[in-house]
Design a protein around this ligand. Structure first.
Ligand SMILES: N[C@@H](CCC(=O)N[C@@H](CS)C(=O)NCC(=O)O)C(=O)O
Length: 218
């Protein structure tokens, strides 16, 4: 098998390339990284020196690709399939990249801050930072609410890398700062993403690990 994805089934940034791989039925070998296991951690640090996942190894092309967005870009360029993850039209591609950045920086990052704080020891938490992160999520929801009024997918007329980024970002953000009734277009978009077979599969595969998620509510 040429492609090896190093990831963890619960890790939100890892869901982006997983969704991309499943969308195009791209064959790959999965390697689950356990950062709590000395051997697994040491092996992973050889591949990804920052310790951040996902990482994609492509033996056929002798490449190691880091950063979830770059992994999806790499798949789009070298292992294309029926779902055009990064459209050929440069203006649409730029909008896809911009939206992918939006979901990473302004949805995933504040969500990670809130989750990470829950895992801190007593006395080491950062309530001010968490409140700021919640405010940033609500601001992002308002931006998405406006953008998604009449849209099916994040950019253009078809599912792209931007939707790969939005899927885990909205899934986990909704767990830590629920959309409630205030953002119906965000909820509709999230529901649409949940109906994609690739995303359903990723969530199903994460089920055994959800007990480790500190905001797990079933
Ligand atoms: N910018 C990176 C972020 C990756 C990231 O934050 N990954 C998390 C999992 S969702 C991770 O590796 N956490 C392990 C750690 O920080 O020790 C990307 O897009 O790949």
């Amino acid at each position: 098998m040429s492609l090896i994805l190093h990831f963890h089934p619960l890790a939100s940034f890892c869901w982006k390339p997983l969704i991309a791989l499943y969308e195009n039925a791209t064959p790959f070998a999965p390697v689950i990284v356990d950062l709590g296991d000395e051997q697994s951690r040491a092996a992973f640090l050889e591949i990804s020196p920052t310790g951040k996942m996902p990482a994609l190894r492509d033996d056929a092309r002798d490449r190691t690709v880091l950063e979830s967005t770059i992994v999806v870009e790499y798949l789009a360029a070298h292992y294309p399939g029926p779902v055009e993850l990064v459209p050929a039209d440069i203006d649409i591609a730029l909008a896809v990249r911009q939206t992918d950045r939006f979901y990473d920086f302004y949805v995933q990052e504040p969500m990670q801050k809130i989750v990470g704080d829950r895992l801190r020891r007593q006395g080491e938490t950062d309530p001010f930072g968490v409140e700021q992160a919640r405010g940033q999520l609500r601001n992002s929801y308002a931006i998405i609410e406006k953008a998604m009024q009449a849209r099916e997918w994040a950019v253009g007329d078809a599912f792209t890398m931007a939707d790969c980024a939005a899927s885990p970002a909205l899934f986990y953000a909704n767990k830590v700062e629920p959309f409630g009734d205030k953002y119906p277009a965000v909820k509709r978009y999230h529901d649409r993403l949940l109906q994609r077979a690739a995303f359903t599969r990723v969530i199903e595969e994460a089920q055994p690990y959800f007990k480790l998620f500190p905001y797990n509510n079933g």
